[in-house]
Design a protein around this ligand. Structure first.
Ligand SMILES: CC[C@@H]1C(=O)N(C)c2cnc(-c3ccc[nH]3)nc2N1C1CCCC1
Length: 311
């Protein structure tokens, strides 16, 4: 797109040129809609496939931001991993193409934004809502880990919500795929509030358990309203993480089951953290005051959380 197209009231068409086997050129057209926001180097738009009328989300990355090899490798890895995934609670990877200026990644539209926006509006969620979201996140992680993929940047802002308020795990920019079981990764990465201690100490290497740690931080944040190790300064946050220095505020009531699960997950030793199956069968996810004992909670539909409405 050239500068002239930055105008608000013009129809902007993105064209994908495809050379067919018989040498002919086919063109797919997409109508660029409203700006959804920025994600890293990308500008993200709502986009309509003019042939199928399907409305999707597009991450548009200017190629001039990909001159450094590191940024280019990161994007290639994100596309390679995300493209290979297909699960109800993972953002669907629709398509990817490029033109002279940009790389276009087309993804499932999640009209209720992310758990970040939900928490900003609601301050904190009920235990029943948290149980329901956690079951979906655990299922997404079971799928990822069974395909030897570690997300490594699990946080509220990467947990998208579709029109039915279902969880869709997205943003595989920091994800990695193990070449073999038991392989350990050493690259430092993640978002300060959610980063596991073994990534910070960088000695022993890290694996799937870093996603379990982040899940513990997410459960705490959804129930309490802010992350356990949050401080105004990143260095202090890292110190609190390394010392497992957090507490449960007196003024926020949470069940023993929730407190117990968070405490078991936020363990400095990755091996001591519960597995995804152990989390799924934890008392926190299987004790509901009014839940009939007959059905395990995981099979129940979610309680209605107010969906995202513009204020
Ligand atoms: C396209 C990038 C990213 C994303 O990865 N997805 C899946 C997504 C889906 N729907 C939405 C969306 C639908 C309606 C509002 N946002 N946004 C998504 N985002 C946002 C855009 C801005 C920052 C992250």
């Amino acid at each position: 797109m050239d500068k002239a197209n930055e105008g608000k009231d013009q129809l902007i068409i993105i064209e994908e040129k495809i050379s067919k086997v018989n040498g002919e050129m086919a063109v797919k057209k997409y109508l660029r809609g409203k700006l959804l926001g920025k994600g890293g180097f990308a500008k993200c738009y709502e986009v309509t496939n003019l042939e199928t009328k399907k409305v999707i989300a597009a991450k548009i990355i200017p190629k001039q931001t990909l001159t450094k090899n590191r940024a280019r490798q990161k994007l290639i890895s994100e596309i390679k991993i995300h493209k290979s995934l297909n699960h109800q609670h993972v953002v669907a990877f629709e398509h990817v193409f490029e033109d002279h200026e940009n790389v276009y990644i087309l993804l499932e539209l999640c009209t209720n934004h992310t758990l970040n926006e939900l928490i900003k509006r609601r301050k904190r969620l009920t235990e029943l809502e948290v149980q329901c979201y956690v079951v979906q996140i655990v299922n997404a992680l079971k799928y990822l880990h069974s395909h030897r993929v570690i997300h490594r940047d699990l946080k509220l802002g990467n947990l998208f919500l579709n029109e039915k308020m279902e969880i869709k795990l997205g943003d595989f920019g920091l994800a990695t795929k193990l070449e073999f079981e038991g392989e350990k990764k050493h690259t430092i990465c993640g978002t300060p509030n959610y980063i596991a201690p073994e990534i910070l100490d960088g000695k022993t290497g890290h694996s799937y358990q870093v996603d379990i740690w982040s899940l513990g931080v997410i459960i705490y944040t959804l129930l309490i309203g802010k992350p356990p190790f949050e401080t105004p300064d990143v260095k202090t946050t890292y110190k609190k993480i390394r010392n497992i220095s957090y507490g449960f505020p007196e003024n926020v009531p949470i069940s023993d089951q929730a407190r117990g699960l968070i405490t078991r997950i936020l363990n400095i030793d990755p091996q001591r953290r519960p597995s995804l199956d152990e989390i799924m069968s934890s008392s926190f996810l299987n004790t509901g005051g009014t839940i009939p004992k007959v059905l395990p909670l995981a099979t129940l539909a979610c309680p209605p959380s107010a969906s995202y409405t513009k204020q």
